[in-house]
Design a protein around this ligand. Structure first.
Ligand code: V47
Ligand code: SF4
Length: 384
């Protein structure tokens, strides 16, 4: 096995280690939970090698050398959006909808049909919040996808989209979610969380669902037996306290419901949006972000790096900083990052390319379904 970090015992043998960091390393060794203060301290004092060693220890304990990926495809119904998040390069206002796209029911079903006979296991549906695409429309879409291809897991709609649809339909979150579930929705993606802190939210995405609303939607989904993901948009105007506060609220909800499958830190990209003056953070800061989330979120089992946003090489690097999941779409049509200046302009990786990328850093590629059930473990020989 390739050893990229010194192990935790070696870290603890160092005599010149900062006393606060030593306490944190001891806690990680004893699988004890970090406090919020300790989380902030890790951001302030933890150098890349130190947080990497801790995160790697946790990843290895939880997952050995397995790195998960999923064969899925995306449907983006529209980029027309009633909201005005300043970091968004993707959306177009309704009055400028001629510059954007609006897919019809048939066009979306045609995307699904394109994958007939292909071994995909999930469809991920996410887009802007269109004032005319309502709950009825999306329930019909979901039930038609379900009828056409019952084996496909339908993961769709951020809490932002759901909050708008439910309010427009004059339904409570519980009623709205039950309708979606009855139509065939099985999981929620993690988008729309951004940063929960109210003051930062006010500056970057003032008009969409707030932290309490986002958390309530996910809690309701979990209570109905659905699972969901959680994201955090980092590296813009927030500080370390806001990041820890965000993760702490997720950790609290996870204690209550256990419904989060994974956590996905999303790096702010500054291409062509109203926050283009905000510089992007360095790759060192990216890796520290992954590592510290792995250490802090002791009750969310999987940490995902979304490779279309990071690029292949940085995605590979995250596997040494706590990440055990590369999402791994075979055909990803999401434009949310390509339009914000991400490395991957038309992201698509074959299973073989993805497996090679994982094997090249000494890890074992494992295909999973949406709920992280293992579908196939790829040995070097079986990659095809
Ligand atoms: O909520 C928008 C982010 C999210 C930018 O659950 C940006 O499996 C960086 O959540 N720079 C939507 N990020 C996408 C999302 C997602 C993606 C992949 C997988 C899953 C999953 C979820 O994209 C938004 C926002 O946080 N975003 N603009 C930008 N300029
Ligand atoms: Fe709309 Fe989502 Fe863009 Fe915000 S991030 S403007 S909610 S598409």
């Amino acid at each position: 096995m390739m050893g990229n970090h010194v192990d935790l015992t070696t870290v603890l043998l160092q005599t010149d280690i900062d006393k606060d960091l030593r306490i944190i390393a001891e806690k990680v060794k004893n699988t004890e939970r970090l406090t919020e203060e300790e989380g902030v301290l890790l951001f302030e004092k933890g150098e890349l090698g130190f947080v990497g060693a801790l995160a790697n220890h946790i990843r290895k304990t939880l997952h050995g050398d397995k790195v998960y990926f999923n064969r899925n495809f995306h449907i983006e119904p529209t980029n027309v959006c009633v909201f005005t998040c300043n970091f968004c390069s993707y959306s177009r206002q309704y009055k400028h909808r001629d510059e954007g796209w609006e897919l019809s029911m048939q066009e979306m079903l045609d995307i699904v049909k394109k994958y007939d006979g292909e071994p995909v296991t999930e469809v991920h549906i996410v887009g802007g919040v269109h004032p005319k695409m309502n709950l009825e429309f999306f329930c019909e879409l979901i039930s038609k996808i379900r009828a056409h291809r019952p084996d496909l897991h339908i993961k769709g709609f951020t809490a932002v989209e759901l909050d708008y649809m439910f309010r427009k339909a004059k339904l409570s979150v519980e009623e709205g979610m039950q309708r979606m579930k009855d139509a065939g929705l099985q999981s929620l993606p993690g988008g729309g969380a951004e940063i929960f802190d109210a003051e930062i939210r006010e500056q970057i995405c003032a008009d969409k669902v707030d932290a309490a609303g986002w958390l309530h939607i996910h809690e309701t989904a979990h209570r109905l037996g659905m699972h969901s993901n959680a994201t955090m948009l980092y590296g813009h105007i927030e500080n370390y306290i806001h990041r820890i506060d965000h993760m702490s609220r997720l950790r609290d909800l996870q204690d209550k419901t256990g419904g989060f499958n994974c956590f996905i830190p999303l790096k702010f990209r500054n291409g062509d949006n109203d926050m283009s003056n905000v510089p992007e953070v360095s790759v060192v800061e990216d890796m520290r972000m992954y590592a510290i989330s792995r250490i802090f979120l002791d009750n969310i089992r999987n940490l995902k790096a979304y490779w279309p946003m990071l690029g292949r090489q940085s995605a590979q690097l995250t596997l040494s900083f706590g990440v055990n999941d590369l999402d791994g779409t075979i055909d990803d049509t999401t434009k949310i990052y390509s339009m914000a200046g991400a490395e991957e302009q038309s992201p698509s990786l074959s299973t073989k390319e993805l497996c090679d990328l994982i094997s090249a850093v000494g890890k074992t590629p494992v295909e999973r379904d949406t709920l992280y059930q293992e579908l196939k473990v790829f040995s070097k020989e079986s990659v095809s």
